[in-house]
Design a protein around this ligand. Structure first.
Ligand SMILES: [Zn+2]
Length: 228
């Protein structure tokens, strides 16, 4: 949002930078902002979940004066995230005062990122299908865990392990609990999907209902349940 070309002519940034340094504005933590966005715009943010996690992890490491080792793929994910968030907020009319037009380079980055992901997943699925023909079904299981879930593999139908987060879905009344998948691994065919883009492109559901676990989740998070 501080992109110089996006600021109106005559706009003076320095007083605002001073205000930010003097903490005159009430600011919130990045993780808190991400959590609020997930509640307010759940479906719009679903495809961006992995990039948001990368951003939060990288920022966290940087805060503690560590220089995180991030590969090109992660840096690109964050750039793509910034552009997609901008597009999303602009479409919703939440950024009335910022008038940045995506450049050819921005659009090039967005489409290259999508095409690369499509090609990467195509190769992963092809390799997994080959392995599935030779291999046999290998089911794995996890003890109850909020970050792990047993999910059926889209290639070989073995039970694989999905990594992600369990969150209540604020849109639903009565409440429901959703497990959002960030990664998936199958021992049967060796399929490994590394982010929510890959999950979507491989034809897997981005989120799985965990309503059977709702009571336990609420007890764990100390949420008052009037029916108890
Ligand atoms: Zn499999």
């Amino acid at each position: 949002m501080g992109y110089p070309k996006a600021l109106p002519a005559g706009f003076k940034i320095s007083p605002h930078l001073v205000e930010i340094r003097l903490a005159e504005h009430k600011t919130i933590e990045l993780l808190q902002a991400i959590a609020i966005c997930k509640v307010l715009l759940p479906s719009a943010l679903t495809p961006l979940r992995s990039s948001l996690n990368i951003l939060a992890e990288t920022r966290n490491a940087s805060l503690h004066s560590l220089v995180p080792t991030i590969d090109t793929h992660k840096i690109e994910s964050i750039a793509v995230l910034a552009l997609k968030l901008y597009q999303l907020l602009k479409e919703r009319g939440d950024l009335g005062y910022v008038d940045y037009k995506l450049t050819d380079r921005d659009n090039g980055l967005l489409s290259a990122h999508d095409q690369e992901a499509v090609e990467r997943v195509r190769k992963k699925l092809a390799a997994a299908k080959l392995a599935a023909k030779k291999g046999r079904e290998v089911d794995v299981s996890v003890d109850h865990d909020w970050q792990l879930l047993e999910v059926r593999c889209p290639v070989c139908e073995s039970i694989g392990i999905a990594e992600g987060t369990t969150e209540p879905d604020s849109r639903d009344v009565p409440r429901s609990l959703i497990f959002w998948v960030d990664k998936f691994e199958c021992e049967g065919c060796g399929l490994m999907l590394d982010d929510s883009d890959e999950i979507r492109l491989a034809g897997m559901e981005p989120g799985y209902e965990r309503d059977d676990d709702l009571d336990r989740w609420e007890r764990r998070n100390d949420i008052f349940n009037p029916e108890d």
